[in-house]
Design a protein around this ligand. Structure first.
Ligand SMILES: CC/C=C\C/C=C\C/C=C\C/C=C\C/C=C\C/C=C\CCC(=O)SCCNC(=O)CCNC(=O)[C@H](O)C(C)(C)COP(=O)(O)OP(=O)(O)OC[C@H]1O[C@@H](n2cnc3c(N)ncnc32)[C@H](O)[C@@H]1OP(=O)(O)O
Ligand code: FAD
Length: 675
């Protein structure tokens, strides 16, 4: 066998796809090490994939789209039980990265009965439970002796946590908290796996002691009997019904009727309530929001992966789909030859790389903050909150857009569930809502930006944190893009900084100006909020570009560096065109400079073309993980689409009961009436 740089090549594959792989200029295993941020992790992913490939009991028994919701939940529970039993043979104990990959391969993205257990319940106990509480619950949770979730959102309130209605009232006499749901709108609503799977939850409720409201606090709450799984007395609980996607997860509702838990079930790592009701406040008011920050930090990578699923499917399919001619004297071309197709897909391939690099930095910062907070140092919490609020919003928004573009790039077959695109879109777009609705989270970042703008305006730029230091710098009078003989990334970064700085200062001016004119602060805030959110987006997009530049600078392998540099060129030119209004409106960039940017964009679309398939192959998704007929590694799309259709439950019989019962009589009576 010939040694190829692209490690996805196999004999017998669709030759059109193999031809793409042969033109790749870099080693896809090495690129995987960049994507997954370490050679060791990329290798372990492959090893886990291989182990799973050899264990048919861990494979889907039939395609997910052919299963009912109940069947999917049963199937997912079967596999969850198996991977729990064999976990230590497959992954390193307690390695969350490996667990994440194992889950994606075996259980898939539609969720599973213990999704929230891993993503939020364990992180909440880890960060918020005292050592004594951890001894009691965390080990049991890690061993999966109990199943838990994170129950915060209510029917009436998800965003505004100060107005949650669930109360936890301290009863000094019995040293218990009494949990109560006073109204329908106070029912917990949405928590994943609450509906049917969990027997415990970390519940967020407003804590009242001696009549005083201390705001939202987290409590460990038993929900169901550990033996019978029946709801405990005082608990009303169930599933909220089918959703756009993510239906293997039983998102649920929960009500409490004067339900009592011991005082010691308040999570007490940072906050305490003494037996006599004395409240000991935490070192930071929002320290108990840590489980949300955990998900926001990790979901950047999760979103990049889902975007790359869609791009892998669309790019591979575009290499085997032939339709139309560019040169009418030549045979039909692969649709990937069309510039419009490249323009639809390649900038999103670049974005997916940019997002995964930004995601790796975010997780690193999150882990640092987690360690510091454990020792009482909360100084970086605000920075992490601002960064993750912006990133989760911008990345989930563009991820959803990119998946939809990828679906449309697959033409009619993209609309079939055989492509799996609708599920990928449905799961990913949930990220625009969960963990803080995107507009709301952009406004959280805006608070941080406005404070920073105020420092700039009052001559205190030296106090700006590293993420916003650029706000205090002076701009050149115009962009130097195409004005220096060797225009490089520095000119682009300065241009993005100028755009973000100008918008931030302008939006802050609007806000401060309205207050000077006598508007109350929240009214002035609301009237400035569209402009403020624009600033948040531009700031975040600048951060993403900078994270991409930092990564490319670190890469040593010249072949990888070259293709990543091409992708970065594509990214900065595409981004600048996309936000050109901001660049043009104060004349910082001229229309002739934009022409240069456009030419660069087209140049890099063409330059990336031979590496397109290798760039998506580098994410190393197995067919089992992708679950897409169109995205198959071997490119044998058509015969497998036919096989997939034949397997559809509707094709089990030639004549459906609906035909016997209704259509046949209808046609017969129509014929009879004609006679
Ligand atoms: C290796 C892999 C491991 C793990 C994998 C993880 C993820 C996998 C990736 C993909 C997953 C794929 C599929 C997942 C599918 C399903 C989803 C799973 C989970 C979803 C779960 C949820 O949605 S849980 C519910 C989430 N809810 C929210 O996010 C609510 C949003 N609202 C808020 O957060 C708050 O209400 C608020 C921030 C908007 C306001 O809070 P509050 O009213 O209390 O604030 P105030 O106005 O009083 O004060 C504001 C000041 O507080 C500061 N602040 C706020 N939050 C924080 C914080 N967290 N840290 C630090 N500071 C904070 C804020 O900055 C203000 O400060 P000022 O100085 O400006 O006053
Ligand atoms: C798939 C999925 C999984 C979830 N899992 C969980 C879970 O496990 N646990 C859990 O507790 N919750 C969970 N949730 C709930 C989720 O966190 C909330 O739905 C989310 O935080 C948004 O809150 P909301 O529904 O109250 O939206 P709303 O706040 O009602 O949003 C409606 C609109 O109002 C706007 N808006 C609201 N407030 C403001 C404001 N202050 N300024 C400007 N605009 C505003 C929003 O931008 C939006 O356009 C999940 C949700 C989904 C979709």
């Amino acid at each position: 066998m010939v040694h190829h740089q692209n490690k996805a090549i196999r004999e017998g594959d669709n030759p059109d796809l193999t031809a793409e792989r042969v033109t790749g200029t870099f080693d896809t295993h090495s690129m995987a090490a960049q994507i997954y941020n370490s050679e060791a992790h990329a290798r372990r992913r492959r090893e886990i994939t291989e182990i799973i490939a050899k264990r048919p009991e861990l494979h889907d028994t039939k395609p997910f789209p052919f299963m009912t919701r109940e069947e999917k939940i049963l199937e997912s529970s079967r596999k969850l039980t198996l991977i729990t039993k064999h976990m230590n043979e497959i992954i390193e104990p307690n390695n969350s990265n490996e667990m994440f990959h194992l889950n994606n391969e075996v259980l898939g993205i539609e969720g599973h009965p213990m999704a929230l257990h891993g993503i939020m319940f364990i992180p909440a106990l880890t960060a918020q439970a005292s050592e004594e509480q951890q001894k009691k619950w965390l080990t049991r949770a890690i061993n999966r002796e109990i199943v838990g979730t994170y129950a915060q959102t209510e029917l009436g309130h998800g965003t505004n946590l100060q107005n949650l209605e669930t109360t936890a009232t301290y009863d000094v006499a019995t040293q218990e908290f009494v949990l109560h749901t006073p109204t329908i709108t106070g029912l917990k609503w949405w928590p994943g796996n609450l509906g049917k799977s969990s027997n415990y939850a970390v519940v967020v409720a407003l804590m009242f002691i001696k009549g005083k409201n201390y705001g939202p606090h987290t409590f460990m709450v038993p929900l169901r009997d550990e033996k019978t799984h029946q709801p405990l007395k005082g608990i009303t609980i169930g599933d909220i019904g089918p959703k756009i996607a993510y239906n293997v997860t039983d998102n649920g509702f929960l009500g409490f009727d004067h339900y009592r838990i011991p005082r010691t079930n308040l999570l007490m790592r940072h906050t305490r309530v003494e037996p006599d009701g004395t409240y000991v406040k935490p070192p930071h008011a929002k320290i108990n929001y840590s489980a949300m920050v955990h998900v926001r930090s990790h979901m950047i990578t999760g979103q990049a992966i889902m975007l790359s699923y869609a791009l892998t499917i669309a790019t591979r399919y575009s290499s085997v789909r032939r339709q139309g001619q560019i040169d009418t004297t030549q045979p039909e071309v692969k649709v990937l030859e069309y510039q419009t197709q490249q323009h639809r897909l390649f900038p999103y391939i670049a974005r997916a790389y940019a997002f995964v690099f930004a995601g790796a930095e975010t997780v690193k910062l999150y882990e640092r903050v987690l360690e510091e907070v454990a020792t009482g140092n909360v100084s970086l919490m605000a920075d992490l909150h601002a960064l993750t609020s912006g990133l989760k919003s911008v990345v989930s928004h563009y991820t959803a857009q990119g998946i939809e573009q990828a679906r449309m790039a697959c033409g009619g077959h993209g609309y079939s569930q055989a492509s799996y695109m609708s599920e990928i879109f449905g799961v990913a777009v949930g990220g625009c809502t969960y963990e803080g609705e995107n507009m709301v989270m952009l406004l959280q970042l805006a608070r941080y930006l406005v404070k920073s703008a105020s420092l700039v305006k009052t001559g205190q730029s030296s106090k700006l944190g590293p993420l916003v230091a650029y706000l205090g710098a002076k701009s050149d009078s115009t962009s130097l893009i195409d004005r220096t003989p060797t225009t490089g990334f520095a000119e682009y970064v300065k241009t993005f900084q100028h755009i973000a700085r100008r918008q931030t200062l302008k939006a802050a001016d609007k806000f401060f100006g309205l207050m000077e004119k006598g508007e109350k602060r929240p009214i002035a805030w609301n009237k400035s909020s569209v402009e403020l959110n624009r600033a948040s987006r531009l700031h975040t997009r600048l951060y993403i570009v900078e994270a991409f530049v930092r990564r490319v600078e670190e890469v040593a392998d010249p072949r990888l560096k070259e293709v990543l540099t091409d992708l970065l060129h594509l990214h900065v030119n595409y981004e600048l065109l996309d936000m050109s209004t901001y660049a043009l409106e104060d004349g910082f960039v001229s229309s002739s400079q934009l022409d240069y940017v456009r030419d660069q964009l087209y140049f890099y679309l063409a330059k990336i073309r031979p590496n397109a398939v290798s760039l998506v192959d580098s994410w190393e998704f197995s067919d089992q993980e992708l679950r897409s007929v169109l995205g198959r590694r071997d490119g044998h799309v058509y015969e497998n689409l036919f096989a997939w259709a034949k397997a559809s439950p509707l094709n089990k019989t030639d004549v459906l009961p609906s035909v016997d019962k209704y259509l046949k009589p209808l046609m017969e009576s129509a014929r009879a009436s004609k006679l």
